[in-house]
Design a protein around this ligand. Structure first.
Ligand code: TXE
Length: 499
Protein backbone atom coordinates (compact mmCIF):
# COMPACT_ATOMS: atom_id res chain seq x y z
CA UNK A 1 0.00 0.00 0.00
CA UNK A 2 1.41 3.40 -0.95
CA UNK A 3 0.66 6.05 1.63
CA UNK A 4 0.09 9.60 0.54
CA UNK A 5 2.80 11.99 1.59
CA UNK A 6 2.51 15.74 1.30
CA UNK A 7 5.19 18.38 1.68
CA UNK A 8 4.21 21.08 4.15
CA UNK A 9 4.43 24.31 2.12
CA UNK A 10 7.39 26.44 3.29
CA UNK A 11 5.23 29.53 3.95
CA UNK A 12 3.58 27.84 6.97
CA UNK A 13 6.63 25.98 8.30
CA UNK A 14 7.92 28.67 10.71
CA UNK A 15 4.47 29.09 12.21
CA UNK A 16 4.04 25.32 12.70
CA UNK A 17 7.48 25.01 14.32
CA UNK A 18 6.44 27.61 16.86
CA UNK A 19 2.90 26.33 17.51
CA UNK A 20 3.55 24.74 20.91
CA UNK A 21 3.60 28.24 22.41
CA UNK A 22 0.03 28.59 21.31
CA UNK A 23 -1.66 30.35 24.17
CA UNK A 24 -2.00 34.05 23.48
CA UNK A 25 -2.41 36.26 26.52
CA UNK A 26 -2.32 39.98 25.87
CA UNK A 27 0.08 40.09 22.96
CA UNK A 28 2.32 37.32 24.25
CA UNK A 29 2.48 33.76 22.97
CA UNK A 30 3.25 31.27 25.70
CA UNK A 31 3.19 27.58 26.52
CA UNK A 32 0.51 26.11 28.80
CA UNK A 33 1.07 26.79 32.50
CA UNK A 34 1.25 23.07 33.18
CA UNK A 35 3.38 22.48 30.11
CA UNK A 36 1.19 19.90 28.37
CA UNK A 37 0.90 19.59 24.59
CA UNK A 38 -1.63 18.10 22.19
CA UNK A 39 -0.56 16.70 18.81
CA UNK A 40 -2.45 18.09 15.83
CA UNK A 41 -2.30 15.97 12.70
CA UNK A 42 -3.12 16.20 9.01
CA UNK A 43 -6.36 14.18 8.72
CA UNK A 44 -5.51 13.17 5.14
CA UNK A 45 -2.25 11.46 6.04
CA UNK A 46 -2.06 11.15 9.81
CA UNK A 47 1.21 13.13 9.76
CA UNK A 48 1.99 15.29 12.78
CA UNK A 49 1.68 18.98 11.90
CA UNK A 50 2.49 20.51 15.28
CA UNK A 51 2.02 20.17 19.00
CA UNK A 52 -0.25 22.81 20.45
CA UNK A 53 -0.40 23.89 24.08
CA UNK A 54 -2.80 21.97 26.33
CA UNK A 55 -4.21 24.94 28.21
CA UNK A 56 -6.15 24.59 31.44
CA UNK A 57 -7.72 26.58 34.24
CA UNK A 58 -4.59 28.62 35.10
CA UNK A 59 -4.27 29.71 31.46
CA UNK A 60 -7.94 30.63 31.21
CA UNK A 61 -7.63 32.66 34.42
CA UNK A 62 -4.72 34.62 32.93
CA UNK A 63 -6.53 35.11 29.62
CA UNK A 64 -9.74 36.35 31.24
CA UNK A 65 -7.69 38.68 33.39
CA UNK A 66 -5.97 40.15 30.32
CA UNK A 67 -9.32 40.49 28.55
CA UNK A 68 -10.88 42.26 31.54
CA UNK A 69 -8.01 44.75 31.68
CA UNK A 70 -8.22 45.42 27.95
CA UNK A 71 -12.00 45.85 28.14
CA UNK A 72 -11.68 49.10 30.09
CA UNK A 73 -9.90 50.83 27.18
CA UNK A 74 -11.40 48.96 24.22
CA UNK A 75 -14.97 49.85 25.12
CA UNK A 76 -14.01 53.53 25.44
CA UNK A 77 -12.30 53.70 22.07
CA UNK A 78 -14.39 55.78 19.67
CA UNK A 79 -16.65 53.68 17.45
CA UNK A 80 -14.77 54.88 14.37
CA UNK A 81 -11.40 53.91 15.86
CA UNK A 82 -12.71 50.49 16.90
CA UNK A 83 -14.19 49.99 13.45
CA UNK A 84 -10.88 50.98 11.84
CA UNK A 85 -9.11 48.20 13.75
CA UNK A 86 -11.62 45.60 12.56
CA UNK A 87 -11.31 46.82 8.97
CA UNK A 88 -7.52 46.53 9.27
CA UNK A 89 -7.92 42.95 10.53
CA UNK A 90 -10.11 42.20 7.48
CA UNK A 91 -7.43 43.58 5.15
CA UNK A 92 -4.75 41.60 6.98
CA UNK A 93 -6.73 38.38 6.50
CA UNK A 94 -6.89 39.10 2.76
CA UNK A 95 -3.16 39.79 2.71
CA UNK A 96 -2.43 36.46 4.44
CA UNK A 97 -5.16 34.58 2.57
CA UNK A 98 -2.93 32.01 0.95
CA UNK A 99 -1.13 31.09 4.15
CA UNK A 100 -4.37 30.91 6.17
CA UNK A 101 -6.03 28.74 3.54
CA UNK A 102 -3.09 26.32 3.50
CA UNK A 103 -3.17 26.05 7.29
CA UNK A 104 -6.92 25.42 7.24
CA UNK A 105 -6.58 22.71 4.61
CA UNK A 106 -3.67 21.00 6.38
CA UNK A 107 -5.42 21.05 9.73
CA UNK A 108 -9.02 20.30 8.68
CA UNK A 109 -8.54 18.41 5.41
CA UNK A 110 -10.93 20.40 3.23
CA UNK A 111 -9.94 21.17 -0.38
CA UNK A 112 -7.84 24.31 -0.79
CA UNK A 113 -10.45 25.89 -3.08
CA UNK A 114 -12.98 25.64 -0.22
CA UNK A 115 -10.55 27.09 2.34
CA UNK A 116 -9.64 29.89 -0.02
CA UNK A 117 -13.01 30.91 -1.47
CA UNK A 118 -15.21 30.05 1.46
CA UNK A 119 -13.44 29.99 4.83
CA UNK A 120 -10.77 32.66 4.39
CA UNK A 121 -12.64 34.92 2.01
CA UNK A 122 -15.78 34.92 4.11
CA UNK A 123 -13.76 35.48 7.30
CA UNK A 124 -12.33 38.70 5.84
CA UNK A 125 -15.81 39.80 4.74
CA UNK A 126 -17.17 39.14 8.23
CA UNK A 127 -14.53 41.30 9.93
CA UNK A 128 -15.20 44.02 7.34
CA UNK A 129 -18.97 43.84 7.76
CA UNK A 130 -18.79 44.20 11.54
CA UNK A 131 -16.07 46.85 11.25
CA UNK A 132 -18.71 48.90 9.45
CA UNK A 133 -21.25 48.39 12.25
CA UNK A 134 -19.34 50.08 15.08
CA UNK A 135 -20.49 53.52 13.93
CA UNK A 136 -24.11 52.44 13.47
CA UNK A 137 -24.82 50.83 16.80
CA UNK A 138 -27.14 53.47 18.25
CA UNK A 139 -30.03 53.54 20.72
CA UNK A 140 -33.48 55.14 20.70
CA UNK A 141 -35.27 58.08 22.28
CA UNK A 142 -38.52 56.84 23.73
CA UNK A 143 -41.93 58.52 24.01
CA UNK A 144 -42.59 57.79 27.71
CA UNK A 145 -45.64 59.04 29.66
CA UNK A 146 -44.57 59.37 33.32
CA UNK A 147 -47.36 59.67 35.91
CA UNK A 148 -45.73 62.83 37.26
CA UNK A 149 -43.68 65.42 35.41
CA UNK A 150 -41.71 64.99 32.25
CA UNK A 151 -38.76 62.82 31.33
CA UNK A 152 -36.43 62.21 28.46
CA UNK A 153 -35.64 58.51 28.06
CA UNK A 154 -33.02 57.14 25.76
CA UNK A 155 -31.42 53.75 25.38
CA UNK A 156 -27.86 52.85 24.69
CA UNK A 157 -26.28 49.57 23.72
CA UNK A 158 -23.40 48.64 25.98
CA UNK A 159 -20.94 45.77 25.67
CA UNK A 160 -21.20 42.82 28.06
CA UNK A 161 -17.53 42.47 29.08
CA UNK A 162 -15.42 39.39 28.36
CA UNK A 163 -16.89 36.99 25.80
CA UNK A 164 -15.78 33.35 25.72
CA UNK A 165 -15.92 31.99 22.18
CA UNK A 166 -15.79 28.18 21.89
CA UNK A 167 -15.60 26.94 18.32
CA UNK A 168 -15.55 23.58 16.52
CA UNK A 169 -13.29 22.03 13.91
CA UNK A 170 -15.43 22.14 10.78
CA UNK A 171 -14.96 25.85 9.87
CA UNK A 172 -12.31 26.88 12.41
CA UNK A 173 -11.37 30.31 11.06
CA UNK A 174 -14.81 31.31 9.81
CA UNK A 175 -16.74 30.39 12.95
CA UNK A 176 -14.10 32.06 15.14
CA UNK A 177 -14.49 35.17 12.96
CA UNK A 178 -18.26 35.20 13.11
CA UNK A 179 -18.14 35.18 16.91
CA UNK A 180 -15.15 37.47 17.49
CA UNK A 181 -15.89 40.22 14.95
CA UNK A 182 -19.36 41.17 16.29
CA UNK A 183 -18.25 40.72 19.91
CA UNK A 184 -15.30 43.08 19.41
CA UNK A 185 -17.32 45.50 17.26
CA UNK A 186 -19.76 45.95 20.15
CA UNK A 187 -16.85 46.81 22.50
CA UNK A 188 -16.35 43.47 24.23
CA UNK A 189 -13.04 41.69 24.59
CA UNK A 190 -12.67 37.95 24.07
CA UNK A 191 -11.06 34.68 25.00
CA UNK A 192 -11.15 32.18 22.15
CA UNK A 193 -11.00 28.41 22.73
CA UNK A 194 -10.48 26.75 19.35
CA UNK A 195 -11.10 23.05 18.82
CA UNK A 196 -8.21 20.84 19.91
CA UNK A 197 -8.33 19.31 16.39
CA UNK A 198 -7.95 22.58 14.50
CA UNK A 199 -6.33 25.41 16.44
CA UNK A 200 -3.84 26.56 13.81
CA UNK A 201 -5.78 29.05 11.68
CA UNK A 202 -7.30 30.78 14.71
CA UNK A 203 -3.83 31.19 16.20
CA UNK A 204 -2.42 32.60 13.02
CA UNK A 205 -5.45 34.91 12.74
CA UNK A 206 -4.69 36.23 16.22
CA UNK A 207 -1.04 36.93 15.33
CA UNK A 208 -2.12 38.63 12.12
CA UNK A 209 -4.75 40.69 13.96
CA UNK A 210 -2.23 41.84 16.58
CA UNK A 211 0.21 42.85 13.82
CA UNK A 212 -2.64 44.75 12.14
CA UNK A 213 -3.17 46.86 15.26
CA UNK A 214 -5.60 44.95 17.48
CA UNK A 215 -4.68 46.16 20.99
CA UNK A 216 -3.13 43.58 23.34
CA UNK A 217 -5.67 41.71 25.45
CA UNK A 218 -8.68 42.39 23.22
CA UNK A 219 -8.38 38.88 21.79
CA UNK A 220 -6.76 36.11 23.82
CA UNK A 221 -6.54 32.46 22.82
CA UNK A 222 -6.35 29.41 25.03
CA UNK A 223 -5.86 26.18 23.10
CA UNK A 224 -6.57 22.88 24.78
CA UNK A 225 -9.12 20.18 25.39
CA UNK A 226 -12.79 20.98 25.78
CA UNK A 227 -12.85 19.22 29.13
CA UNK A 228 -9.97 21.40 30.45
CA UNK A 229 -9.65 24.79 28.74
CA UNK A 230 -13.27 24.80 27.49
CA UNK A 231 -14.74 23.80 30.83
CA UNK A 232 -12.59 26.40 32.67
CA UNK A 233 -13.92 29.09 30.34
CA UNK A 234 -17.58 28.18 30.82
CA UNK A 235 -17.07 27.99 34.60
CA UNK A 236 -15.18 31.29 34.87
CA UNK A 237 -17.14 33.93 36.82
CA UNK A 238 -15.42 36.77 34.94
CA UNK A 239 -16.86 35.71 31.57
CA UNK A 240 -20.09 37.53 30.73
CA UNK A 241 -21.15 35.50 27.72
CA UNK A 242 -20.31 32.22 26.04
CA UNK A 243 -20.81 31.99 22.32
CA UNK A 244 -20.59 28.35 21.33
CA UNK A 245 -20.85 26.26 18.18
CA UNK A 246 -20.56 22.52 18.53
CA UNK A 247 -22.36 19.39 19.61
CA UNK A 248 -25.74 19.40 21.29
CA UNK A 249 -24.25 17.46 24.19
CA UNK A 250 -21.61 20.11 24.93
CA UNK A 251 -24.27 22.80 24.39
CA UNK A 252 -26.35 21.25 27.18
CA UNK A 253 -23.30 21.17 29.45
CA UNK A 254 -22.78 24.89 28.82
CA UNK A 255 -26.40 25.67 29.70
CA UNK A 256 -25.99 23.80 32.98
CA UNK A 257 -22.67 25.49 33.78
CA UNK A 258 -24.18 28.92 33.10
CA UNK A 259 -27.02 28.44 35.58
CA UNK A 260 -24.97 29.61 38.55
CA UNK A 261 -23.50 32.76 37.03
CA UNK A 262 -26.40 33.39 34.60
CA UNK A 263 -23.96 33.96 31.77
CA UNK A 264 -25.54 35.01 28.50
CA UNK A 265 -25.38 32.33 25.83
CA UNK A 266 -25.50 31.96 22.09
CA UNK A 267 -25.60 28.30 21.11
CA UNK A 268 -25.37 26.96 17.58
CA UNK A 269 -25.77 23.23 17.85
CA UNK A 270 -26.52 20.33 15.57
CA UNK A 271 -28.91 19.93 12.67
CA UNK A 272 -30.65 17.41 10.46
CA UNK A 273 -31.73 19.77 7.75
CA UNK A 274 -34.39 18.85 5.20
CA UNK A 275 -33.78 19.67 1.54
CA UNK A 276 -37.07 19.27 -0.38
CA UNK A 277 -37.30 18.77 -4.14
CA UNK A 278 -40.74 19.40 -5.65
CA UNK A 279 -41.73 17.98 -9.03
CA UNK A 280 -41.84 21.47 -10.58
CA UNK A 281 -38.15 22.10 -9.75
CA UNK A 282 -35.27 22.41 -12.19
CA UNK A 283 -34.07 18.82 -11.67
CA UNK A 284 -30.45 19.38 -12.66
CA UNK A 285 -30.08 22.38 -10.36
CA UNK A 286 -31.78 20.50 -7.53
CA UNK A 287 -29.45 17.51 -7.91
CA UNK A 288 -26.44 19.85 -7.87
CA UNK A 289 -27.88 21.62 -4.83
CA UNK A 290 -28.39 18.30 -3.06
CA UNK A 291 -24.77 17.29 -3.75
CA UNK A 292 -23.41 20.61 -2.55
CA UNK A 293 -25.78 20.45 0.42
CA UNK A 294 -24.35 17.18 1.71
CA UNK A 295 -20.78 16.85 0.40
CA UNK A 296 -19.41 20.34 1.08
CA UNK A 297 -16.70 20.03 3.74
CA UNK A 298 -17.18 16.22 3.68
CA UNK A 299 -20.66 16.70 5.11
CA UNK A 300 -19.23 18.14 8.32
CA UNK A 301 -21.53 21.12 8.15
CA UNK A 302 -24.10 21.86 10.83
CA UNK A 303 -26.67 22.93 8.21
CA UNK A 304 -25.87 20.04 5.79
CA UNK A 305 -28.94 19.01 3.77
CA UNK A 306 -28.73 15.50 5.13
CA UNK A 307 -32.41 14.58 4.65
CA UNK A 308 -33.28 14.89 0.98
CA UNK A 309 -37.04 14.71 0.44
CA UNK A 310 -37.81 14.02 -3.23
CA UNK A 311 -41.27 13.88 -4.79
CA UNK A 312 -42.20 10.36 -5.95
CA UNK A 313 -42.64 11.43 -9.62
CA UNK A 314 -39.07 12.66 -10.00
CA UNK A 315 -37.38 10.51 -7.34
CA UNK A 316 -35.55 8.10 -9.65
CA UNK A 317 -34.37 10.85 -11.99
CA UNK A 318 -32.99 12.95 -9.11
CA UNK A 319 -31.30 9.96 -7.46
CA UNK A 320 -29.72 8.90 -10.77
CA UNK A 321 -28.30 12.39 -11.28
CA UNK A 322 -26.93 12.49 -7.73
CA UNK A 323 -25.43 9.01 -7.96
CA UNK A 324 -23.75 9.72 -11.31
CA UNK A 325 -22.04 12.77 -9.87
CA UNK A 326 -21.30 11.34 -6.40
CA UNK A 327 -19.41 8.42 -7.95
CA UNK A 328 -17.07 10.78 -9.76
CA UNK A 329 -16.17 12.96 -6.76
CA UNK A 330 -12.41 12.81 -6.41
CA UNK A 331 -11.16 12.19 -2.89
CA UNK A 332 -7.67 13.28 -1.98
CA UNK A 333 -5.40 15.60 -0.06
CA UNK A 334 -6.87 19.07 0.16
CA UNK A 335 -3.67 20.64 -1.21
CA UNK A 336 -3.97 18.57 -4.40
CA UNK A 337 -5.70 20.75 -7.02
CA UNK A 338 -7.71 17.81 -8.36
CA UNK A 339 -9.28 17.04 -4.98
CA UNK A 340 -13.02 17.62 -4.64
CA UNK A 341 -13.50 16.07 -1.21
CA UNK A 342 -11.05 15.61 1.64
CA UNK A 343 -10.97 13.35 4.72
CA UNK A 344 -13.10 13.50 7.85
CA UNK A 345 -11.51 15.29 10.77
CA UNK A 346 -10.50 12.30 12.89
CA UNK A 347 -10.52 8.54 13.27
CA UNK A 348 -13.25 8.96 15.89
CA UNK A 349 -15.45 10.93 13.51
CA UNK A 350 -14.89 8.39 10.72
CA UNK A 351 -15.85 5.58 13.09
CA UNK A 352 -18.97 7.47 14.15
CA UNK A 353 -20.04 8.08 10.53
CA UNK A 354 -19.34 4.45 9.58
CA UNK A 355 -21.48 3.42 12.53
CA UNK A 356 -24.40 5.32 10.96
CA UNK A 357 -23.74 3.73 7.56
CA UNK A 358 -23.89 0.29 9.20
CA UNK A 359 -27.11 1.21 11.00
CA UNK A 360 -28.66 2.41 7.72
CA UNK A 361 -27.89 -0.92 6.06
CA UNK A 362 -29.18 -2.90 9.05
CA UNK A 363 -32.38 -0.82 9.14
CA UNK A 364 -33.11 -1.74 5.51
CA UNK A 365 -32.19 1.43 3.61
CA UNK A 366 -30.73 0.88 0.12
CA UNK A 367 -27.07 1.86 -0.24
CA UNK A 368 -26.85 3.47 -3.68
CA UNK A 369 -23.17 4.37 -3.58
CA UNK A 370 -20.22 4.84 -1.25
CA UNK A 371 -20.22 3.72 2.36
CA UNK A 372 -16.63 2.51 2.30
CA UNK A 373 -13.18 3.83 3.06
CA UNK A 374 -11.13 4.11 -0.13
CA UNK A 375 -8.14 1.78 -0.37
CA UNK A 376 -4.66 2.51 -1.77
CA UNK A 377 -2.86 5.77 -1.14
CA UNK A 378 -5.79 7.24 0.80
CA UNK A 379 -5.92 4.46 3.39
CA UNK A 380 -3.72 6.44 5.81
CA UNK A 381 -6.31 9.22 6.14
CA UNK A 382 -9.84 9.41 7.52
CA UNK A 383 -11.55 9.20 4.12
CA UNK A 384 -15.05 7.95 3.38
CA UNK A 385 -16.59 7.67 -0.09
CA UNK A 386 -19.56 9.95 -0.81
CA UNK A 387 -22.50 7.89 0.40
CA UNK A 388 -26.14 7.92 -0.71
CA UNK A 389 -29.01 5.93 0.80
CA UNK A 390 -32.51 5.63 -0.70
CA UNK A 391 -35.60 3.93 0.73
CA UNK A 392 -34.94 5.72 3.98
CA UNK A 393 -37.80 5.80 6.48
CA UNK A 394 -38.32 8.71 8.87
CA UNK A 395 -37.63 6.68 12.01
CA UNK A 396 -34.23 5.27 10.90
CA UNK A 397 -31.24 6.74 12.73
CA UNK A 398 -29.78 7.93 9.39
CA UNK A 399 -32.92 10.11 9.10
CA UNK A 400 -33.09 11.37 12.68
CA UNK A 401 -29.49 11.79 13.93
CA UNK A 402 -26.86 14.28 12.93
CA UNK A 403 -24.24 12.15 11.14
CA UNK A 404 -21.79 14.96 10.34
CA UNK A 405 -20.27 13.15 7.39
CA UNK A 406 -20.78 12.61 3.64
CA UNK A 407 -23.96 10.55 3.99
CA UNK A 408 -27.17 11.53 2.21
CA UNK A 409 -30.51 10.01 3.19
CA UNK A 410 -33.13 10.23 0.43
CA UNK A 411 -36.81 10.05 1.42
CA UNK A 412 -39.82 9.93 -0.95
CA UNK A 413 -42.92 12.08 -0.51
CA UNK A 414 -46.25 12.52 -2.28
CA UNK A 415 -47.53 16.01 -1.52
CA UNK A 416 -46.47 19.38 -0.18
CA UNK A 417 -48.29 19.13 3.11
CA UNK A 418 -46.70 15.77 3.85
CA UNK A 419 -43.22 17.02 2.91
CA UNK A 420 -43.48 19.98 5.28
CA UNK A 421 -44.89 17.88 8.10
CA UNK A 422 -42.11 15.29 7.82
CA UNK A 423 -39.39 17.94 7.37
CA UNK A 424 -40.57 19.58 10.60
CA UNK A 425 -40.75 16.29 12.51
CA UNK A 426 -37.20 16.69 13.78
CA UNK A 427 -35.74 17.75 17.11
CA UNK A 428 -33.50 20.10 15.14
CA UNK A 429 -34.36 23.23 13.15
CA UNK A 430 -31.18 24.78 11.81
CA UNK A 431 -31.81 25.08 8.06
CA UNK A 432 -33.88 23.76 5.17
CA UNK A 433 -33.88 23.83 1.38
CA UNK A 434 -36.74 24.07 -1.11
CA UNK A 435 -36.46 23.38 -4.85
CA UNK A 436 -39.42 24.60 -6.89
CA UNK A 437 -40.25 26.95 -9.75
CA UNK A 438 -43.68 27.73 -8.30
CA UNK A 439 -43.42 31.15 -6.68
CA UNK A 440 -46.38 30.67 -4.37
CA UNK A 441 -45.17 27.29 -3.20
CA UNK A 442 -41.68 28.69 -2.54
CA UNK A 443 -42.99 31.33 -0.14
CA UNK A 444 -45.64 29.08 1.38
CA UNK A 445 -43.19 26.30 2.21
CA UNK A 446 -40.50 28.75 3.39
CA UNK A 447 -43.07 30.17 5.81
CA UNK A 448 -44.08 26.74 7.14
CA UNK A 449 -40.62 25.24 7.69
CA UNK A 450 -39.37 25.30 11.28
CA UNK A 451 -35.78 26.33 10.58
CA UNK A 452 -33.56 29.35 11.23
CA UNK A 453 -32.57 29.55 7.56
CA UNK A 454 -34.53 28.48 4.47
CA UNK A 455 -32.83 28.45 1.07
CA UNK A 456 -34.98 28.34 -2.04
CA UNK A 457 -33.31 27.06 -5.24
CA UNK A 458 -29.92 27.33 -3.53
CA UNK A 459 -28.21 25.70 -0.55
CA UNK A 460 -25.44 26.35 2.00
CA UNK A 461 -25.28 30.09 1.33
CA UNK A 462 -23.84 32.26 4.10
CA UNK A 463 -23.42 36.03 4.19
CA UNK A 464 -22.18 38.28 6.99
CA UNK A 465 -25.48 40.21 6.84
CA UNK A 466 -27.80 37.20 7.15
CA UNK A 467 -28.47 35.86 10.67
CA UNK A 468 -27.68 32.18 11.11
CA UNK A 469 -28.88 29.92 13.92
CA UNK A 470 -31.41 27.39 14.99
CA UNK A 471 -34.98 26.71 15.95
CA UNK A 472 -35.71 24.01 18.53
CA UNK A 473 -32.71 21.87 19.66
CA UNK A 474 -30.41 23.54 17.13
CA UNK A 475 -29.78 26.22 19.72
CA UNK A 476 -30.59 29.80 20.50
CA UNK A 477 -29.35 33.25 19.59
CA UNK A 478 -27.95 34.04 16.17
CA UNK A 479 -24.53 34.32 14.58
CA UNK A 480 -23.98 36.92 11.83
CA UNK A 481 -26.08 39.90 10.87
CA UNK A 482 -27.20 42.79 13.04
CA UNK A 483 -28.86 40.29 15.34
CA UNK A 484 -25.57 38.71 16.36
CA UNK A 485 -24.12 42.14 17.10
CA UNK A 486 -27.05 42.98 19.37
CA UNK A 487 -26.47 39.65 21.12
CA UNK A 488 -23.12 40.98 22.33
CA UNK A 489 -24.73 44.05 23.89
CA UNK A 490 -27.05 44.89 26.75
CA UNK A 491 -29.53 47.74 26.67
CA UNK A 492 -29.49 50.53 29.20
CA UNK A 493 -32.50 52.87 29.56
CA UNK A 494 -31.48 56.31 30.84
CA UNK A 495 -34.16 58.52 32.41
CA UNK A 496 -33.60 62.29 32.64
CA UNK A 497 -36.11 64.21 34.77
CA UNK A 498 -37.00 67.43 32.97
CA UNK A 499 -38.91 69.17 35.77
O1 TXE B 1 -17.95 18.40 19.41
P1 TXE B 1 -17.75 19.27 20.71
P2 TXE B 1 -17.08 17.15 18.92
C1 TXE B 1 -21.37 17.51 16.28
C2 TXE B 1 -21.15 16.48 15.22
C3 TXE B 1 -19.97 15.74 15.74
C4 TXE B 1 -20.22 15.77 17.23
C5 TXE B 1 -19.02 15.60 18.11
O2 TXE B 1 -22.28 15.64 15.13
O3 TXE B 1 -19.93 14.44 15.26
O4 TXE B 1 -20.77 17.03 17.44
O5 TXE B 1 -18.02 16.56 17.79
C6 TXE B 1 -15.38 22.23 23.03
N1 TXE B 1 -16.72 22.67 27.98
N2 TXE B 1 -20.77 18.79 15.94
O6 TXE B 1 -16.96 16.13 20.01
O7 TXE B 1 -17.09 18.47 21.78
C7 TXE B 1 -14.42 21.51 22.13
O8 TXE B 1 -13.12 21.54 22.64
C8 TXE B 1 -16.44 23.61 27.08
C9 TXE B 1 -21.66 19.73 15.35
O9 TXE B 1 -15.82 17.64 18.33
O10 TXE B 1 -19.03 19.92 21.03
C10 TXE B 1 -14.59 22.29 20.84
O11 TXE B 1 -13.84 23.49 20.91
N3 TXE B 1 -16.10 23.34 25.81
C11 TXE B 1 -21.07 21.05 15.24
C12 TXE B 1 -16.08 22.62 20.84
O12 TXE B 1 -16.50 22.46 22.21
C13 TXE B 1 -16.08 22.07 25.42
C14 TXE B 1 -19.64 21.22 15.10
C15 TXE B 1 -16.93 21.70 19.97
O13 TXE B 1 -16.67 20.36 20.26
C16 TXE B 1 -16.39 21.03 26.32
C17 TXE B 1 -18.87 20.22 15.79
C18 TXE B 1 -16.72 21.38 27.65
N4 TXE B 1 -17.01 20.47 28.59
C19 TXE B 1 -19.46 19.04 16.14
N5 TXE B 1 -16.30 19.86 25.65
C20 TXE B 1 -21.87 22.11 14.56
N6 TXE B 1 -23.13 22.26 14.91
O14 TXE B 1 -21.34 22.86 13.75
C21 TXE B 1 -15.95 20.15 24.37
N7 TXE B 1 -15.79 21.48 24.23
Amino acid sequence: MTMMSVEVPPEVRPFLDDASASIVIGATKTAAAEGGEIPTTDPATGTLLANIAAGGKADVDRAVDAARKAFAQWRRLSPAARGRVLLDVADAIDEHAEELAILETLDNGKPLTESTYLDVSLSAQIWRYFGGWTTKLGGQTLPVSPAVGEALVYTQREPLGVVGAIVPWNFPLMIASWKLAPALAAGNTAVLKPSEFTSLSALRLTEVALEAGLPAGVLNVVTGLGSDAGQALIDHPGVAKISFTGSTETGRRIVTASAGSLKKLTLELGGKSANIVFPDADIEAAAQGALNGIFLNQGQVCCAGSRLFVHRDIHDEVVAAIQAEAETIRLGHGLDEETQMGPLISARQLERVEGFVGAGIRDGAALVCGGRQPAGALAGGHFLEPTVFTDVRDEMSIATDEIFGPVLSVLKFDDEHEAVRRANASAYGLAAGVWTNDLKRAHRVARELEAGTVWVNMYNMIDPAAPFGGYKSSGYGRDLGEESLLGYTQTKSVWIGLD
